[in-house]
Write a protein that binds this ligand. Structure first.
Ligand code: M6R
Length: 607
């Protein structure tokens, strides 16, 4: 979604802003713009399309110099994609950029119209600029505080006031902002990827606090004007992690990073290489006391990780586990209480619906545990407990390494909780942990199948519809395979529990329709083979995936991908890698923008 960068300091602000916006491109956007002080007046340059087009426009305006400015990539919500609707927006003495949505913008617009003030764009953001300008009497903080009382919705703002050069004011409610202070100046952004070239140490601007950035200082105050010192955080990755590192796309790089990201996620949580240990995460065993039910809430791929987690947890814990789509859960009057453990899963830690579900659970006083990749993100901060996935920054919109890192955390939770509950023995747990560790070399081996998978994708890339089928854990993986393919190849696909096909969908299976059949689970293997025969009888093009060698009748498939043999419960890891590669190469063969698919955003901070 939209990206924010702000800088005031001792560097060329235009370059800082453009570099920041380039780093934020992965979030998904349709226009970009910057505003900066030039000789004490504010200049704005914006355009639809890519940051590179903005860079060209800025370069051709080389008469401007600046050391303070704000920049934005816009993902349209209110009003179409146009130069006018792009940020920054200026009204009177106020110029601002905004992430989020002002829900009551229409009411405010009517009020402002009564004062004879009219916007030129169709955006909610310009209304916020107009509101601030109407409240501004020379004291920026006072105007911001008055505006807060009027604004409804989620927002992060960076604001320039024309009569206060070289200063940026920032405020957030719901949408993230992170900041750092270096000898080169003060920098603020919507995520760490844009700050990393300046510092690995940063802080999250607390909600409903105002930050005032000057060249040498960032002051954060609460709404009573009390100065606070936000907690400093540190990331252990650097600029190289946010670059492609020789890969043609971030997605391919991130697929290949999975052995390392799983290792980094599980290693610190395995005591003496044997048993799960969450003490470094400050998760006491008592968290699991009196838990009668687990509810996993997430969106998209993170929700699909939850589907795998459910199978593992129910199997090991023998308590009910439900997986809920966050955007549905929050409006369902859910049955959760103090004996419920609510697990939220989110790469970004900022997904609006997942965050809202978490808040609801907190209201119900359920215990909340989140599995999050981004340190200090809203979901992490608002959960009782956090297990961070140590996947490093995930830049491609399609989630890959975050998914397998999420699975690793879910498996560790299942083992740890089962040990505490006494539903598995220590010996069994040690064995399972060994199996989990064996996933790492197995993924390395799976990655060597890339060429074979690439060839299959040449065929798939010409199709317009296909199916993923599987049973048990393979059904959960089918859901993930399907979303991955859809989002980056734009091929319509559906995931089906293989036994369900004949209850309606089989009518769509005709000659040449690809069916990606996952048959990694031994307890349903024979049933799965029967289901494959059903689609084969309708002349489907079958791509079979098995866990290790199989003596399956070769007449039932066109392609057979053999995964390195793992225990059934570990097969999701290697299967996921194959499905990611299938989606990746299909998208490449179709000549699409793999890392930034159309209409999608990396971090979905609006409902
Ligand atoms: O940041 P989150 O993990 O909360 O994001 C959830 C989904 O938006 C995300 O997984 C999405 O489905 C991916 N782009 C799929 O690859």
């Amino acid at each position: 979604m939209c990206g924010i960068i702000g800088f005031t300091g001792y560097l060329d602000a235009k370059n800082v802003l453009l570099d920041g916006l380039t780093a934020l491109e992965y979030r998904g956007y349709d226009s970009a713009g910057i505003a900066f002080f030039h000789k004490n007046s504010i200049q704005t340059i914006k355009t639809t399309g890519k940051v590179s087009s903005l860079r060209d426009k800025v370069t051709s305006s080389s008469e401007f110099t600046s050391t303070c400015g704000i920049g934005h990539t816009r993902w349209a919500t209110h009003g179409g994609v146009s130069d006018t609707n792009s940020h920054p927006h200026t009204f009177g003495r106020v110029t601002l950029i905004h992430n989020g949505i002002i829900e009551n913008y229409h009411d405010l617009e009517l009020e402002l119209a009564a004062l004879g003030k009219h916007p030129v764009s169709q955006t909610d953001t310009e209304i916020a600029a107009m509101l601030l300008d109407s409240l501004y009497e020379g004291d920026a903080v006072a105007a911001i505080k008055k505006a807060i009382k009027r604004l409804e919705g989620a927002y992060a703002f960076c604001i320039l006031f024309a009569d206060e050069p070289e200063v940026i004011y920032c405020l957030r409610n719901g949408s993230p902002l992170v900041a750092c202070q270096t000898k080169e100046g003060s920098v603020i952004a919507s995520d760490m990827v844009a700050l990393i070239r300046y510092s690995k140490d940063y802080f999250v601007l607390p909600e409903m606090h105002i930050a005032r950035l000057t060249k040498d200082n960032i002051t954060v105050t609460d709404l009573d004007d009390v100065i606070i010192n936000p907690k400093m955080l540190h990331v252990n990755w650097d600029m190289t992690a946010a670059r492609k590192g020789g890969y043609p796309h971030f997605m391919l790089k991130e697929i290949h990073e999975q052995p390392e990201s799983i290792r980094s996620t599980i290693a610190p949580r395995i005591k003496n290489k044997r048993l799960p240990d969450f003490s470094a995460d400050e998760i006491p065993d008592q968290v699991f006391d009196h838990i009668h039910r687990i509810v996993i809430v997430a969106c998209g791929t993170a929700m699909h990780a939850g589907l795998v987690g459910k199978v593992m947890m129910e199997k090991l814990l023998r308590i009910p586990v439900t997986v809920e789509i966050a955007s549905e859960f929050r409006y369902q009057d859910p049955i959760i209480d103090t004996n419920t453990l609510l697990i939220t899963i989110s790469q970004s830690g900022e997904t609006a619906d997942t965050l809202a579900a978490l808040r609801l659970a907190n209201e119900h006083q359920s215990k909340t545990l989140s599995i999050v990749n981004v340190k200090g993100s809203s979901i992490a901060r608002e959960s009782d407990y956090v297990l961070y996935t140590h996947a490093g920054p995930e830049i491609a919109v399609a989630s890959t390494k975050a998914y397998t890192a999420q699975l690793s955390c879910l498996y560790l939770i299942a083992y740890h909780f089962a040990l505490i509950k006494g539903t598995i023995t220590e010996n069994d747990c040690v064995k399972q942990i060994e199996e989990l560790q064996a996933v790492i070399p197995a993924i390395e081996k799976t990655l060597t199948l890339a060429d074979e998978i690439n060839k299959i994708c040449l065929n798939l890339s010409e199709k317009e519809d296909l199916f993923f089928i599987g049973r048990g854990l393979d059904y959960a993986l089918s859901c993930e395979g399907s979303i991955k393919l859809k989002e980056i190849s734009y091929i319509h696909s559906e995931a089906y529990a293989a036994g369900e096909l004949k209850h309606g969908t089989l009518s769509l299976v005709t000659e040449g329709i690809p069916v990606i059949a996952l048959a990694t689970q031994s307890n349903v293997y024979n049933k799965m083979i029967s289901n494959i025969r059903e689609v084969r009888a309708r002349e489907a093009l079958v791509i079979l995936i098995t866990n290790g060698e199989s003596d399956v009748d070769s007449s039932i498939y066109d392609y057979h991908i053999t995964l390195p043999k793992l225990s059934d419960t570990m097969a999701p890891f290697t299967t996921a890698v194959v499905l990611q590669l299938l989606a990746y190469y299909t998208s490449v063969h179709r000549g699409l923008n793999v890392d930034q698919p159309r209409n999608l955003a990396k971090s979905v901070t609006v409902e």
